[in-house]
Design a protein around this ligand. Structure first.
Ligand SMILES: [Zn+2]
Ligand SMILES: [Zn+2]
Length: 346
């Protein structure tokens, strides 16, 4: 089969591989005919061979962790899933028996593994994964939309954490794909006002299309002043930081009302400097978001999409055939894409 692989332990070195053996499911696994796979910033980090990637990935490895497909085979002992089911995959492969797994926090499992990182991923014609990470869709959604459930679930989880968003003024800093999904989630979950910031015009246009009340181009305008103007100098009740940029984090804290919620989603590339008194003296509640609650976030995400409250399709800017999948890395790198999906030929 065809697959897009990291072939060498070095920067770049992402290539199309041909004539790879089609995998067969072990006990407890399912085999998917891949329908669509998303590519994101994590994949770009692997492309650039950042330190965590170099530590964690054994080459050659098939990339891709935002996966949807149809079940074509079941390993021994798999129940509750049928041949032909459309599934999206939770990318956090949890162990099921550590302290976190036993206390309802499997997304923070101490032994996490990921398809496309520690084991073959979904930029391929077929992939086998543990059945326990499959979310079976019970509504007729497209494979493209199904492939976006993994990142979408993060935006859903961020919207549900802490005080939620209902009736609140919400700031979203960073309008990459997940930030844009977060705009739609905040809108759908009943935020009062949604303010979104970014540096690029296409992303700001997309944020407005996803339901932001106000978009702020931070290269031209001070987002804190815009927030104060829109909230009668109160500040936002909830700030969600998606960019991973130190400056955006600082602005988010500044824009928050006293006692507000700060949710951190975007992972900074380097340590940031922060005067903690700004958190302490404002009584800000800080929550890190890593992945989706399994399967609490998935259940909410499904209702939002199945009911039509959130439409993810407009986020798809490029769909590439698997044979040209390597181009996706270039498209994302050049900032020309919103969401890039790769599809094996059907
Ligand atoms: Zn991803
Ligand atoms: Zn565990």
């Amino acid at each position: 089969m065809l697959a897009v692989c990291k072939t060498k332990a070095a920067k770049g070195a992402v290539e199309l591989c041909e004539n790879l053996p089609v995998p067969e499911p072990a006990a407890g696994e399912i085999k998917l005919k891949v329908g669509a796979t998303g590519i994101c910033g994590t994949d770009l980090h692997i492309y650039h061979w950042v330190p965590w990637a170099a530590r964690q990935i054994k080459v050659p490895q098939i990339l891709g962790h935002e996966i949807a497909g149809r079940v074509v085979a079941l390993g021994e002992g798999v129940t509750g899933i049928e041949i032909g089911d459309l599934v999206s995959l939770e990318s956090h492969i949890f162990c099921g028996h550590c302290h976190q797994c036993l206390t309802g926090k499997a997304h923070l499992c101490s032994q996490l593994h990921y398809p496309g990182v520690d084991r073959p991923g979904g930029l391929a014609e077929y992939v086998c994964v543990p059945a326990r990470i499959a979310w079976v869709h019970r509504a007729p959604i497209s494979q493209q939309v199904a492939a976006m459930f993994e990142p979408f679930g993060i935006a859903v989880q961020a919207g549900l954490e802490g005080t939620g968003v209902s009736g609140q003024d919400v700031l979203i800093t960073g309008c990459g794909p997940i930030g844009l999904m977060a705009v739609a989630v905040a809108r759908a979950l009943g935020a009062a006002q949604v303010i979104a910031t970014d540096l690029t015009a296409p992303r700001l246009r997309a944020a407005a299309a996803m339901g932001a009340d106000r978009v702020v181009d931070v290269s031209k305008e001070d987002p804190v002043a815009a927030v104060m103007d829109l909230t009668g100098n109160k500040g936002v009740d909830v700030a969600m930081e998606y960019s991973g940029q130190e400056k955006a984090l600082s602005q988010a804290i500044e824009a928050l009302t006293r006692g507000g919620d700060l949710r951190l989603i975007g992972a900074p590339d380097n340590p940031v400097t922060l005067d903690l008194n700004r958190i302490i003296l404002k009584g800000i509640n800080v929550q890190g978001i890593h992945g989706r609650k399994i399967f609490h976030s998935w259940s909410h995400a499904s209702r939002l999409v199945y009911s039509g409250k959130v439409d993810l399709q407009p986020l798809v800017s490029h769909v590439l055939p698997l044979r040209e999948g390597v181009r996706a890395f270039d498209l994302i790198e050049r900032g020309e894409a919103v969401k890039v999906l790769v599809q094996p030929e059907s």
